[in-house]
Write a protein that binds this ligand. Structure first.
Ligand SMILES: [Zn+2]
Length: 215
């Protein structure tokens, strides 16, 4: 199998895992991976069970793709993040339940757990609202992602990025877990927020902790 084919299959597999990981229902999520001078991205509106490696769309960084193919409606977000952030190799977008509930309330997630360090800082921001699939939404997502690896999209869902697809998927699950814990904590009592200094210590520790991968 060529390197490209294996990357295509890794996207298909990640899509199929999204439901089991509690990240998505239906065909809502989409995933991209940096490849050559562009990216490989999930197709628009295709059931994950039916998706094959050849259905993954190759797009140039300017957003061009082969005729007859249809990339995810959120391709602008994927293109723009990969262009603006050389540290990012993979982008995962999904509508997980608890994260999306906070996005509906347009709340920034504070440092309620040290695992927020995985986001790259003491908060997970929520973007302003724009219609799905628009350039405006892509620009707002980039603002919310400033100095962070993930963000919420107002009344929509989440974006998680990473230096690999497995790390971006791991982060998406961590964001949803954190939002789930925060939602429960707010029902039980008054969540106590960790200081920026404490999170900075954790961000530093996270450079050598987190999901380890075989090199
Ligand atoms: Zn979406």
């Amino acid at each position: 199998m060529s390197e490209e084919e294996s990357l295509r299959w890794s996207i298909v597999e990640a899509c199929r895992n999204m439901r089991g990981l509690g990240l998505n229902q239906g065909t809502a999520g989409n995933i991209s991976l940096r490849w050559q001078d562009g990216l490989l991205i999930t197709p628009s509106g295709m059931a994950y069970e039916e998706m094959q490696a050849e259905d993954i769309v190759f797009m140039t960084s300017e957003g061009r793709f082969a005729p007859g193919q249809l990339p995810s409606s959120e391709w602008r977000i994927h293109c723009d993040i990969l262009s603006a952030r050389p540290d990012v190799q993979a982008v995962v977008h999904a509508h997980p339940l608890y994260s999306t509930a906070f996005a509906i309330c347009r709340e920034t997630i504070p440092a309620v757990h040290y695992m927020i360090a995985a986001a790259g800082g003491p908060t997970i921001r929520c973007s302003d609202y724009a219609t799905f699939g628009t350039q405006e939404l892509s620009e707002m997502a980039l603002v919310a992602l400033q100095d962070r690896n993930c963000c919420l999209l107002a009344n929509h869902g989440i974006i998680a990025t990473g230096p690999s697809l497995s790390k971006a998927m791991w982060l998406a699950v961590e964001v949803e877990t954190l939002c789930h814990q925060y939602a429960i904590a707010r029902q039980i009592g008054t969540p106590r927020i960790l200081s920026d200094t404490e999170i900075a210590v954790n961000v530093e520790k996270f450079r050598t902790y987190g999901l380890r991968e075989r090199s």
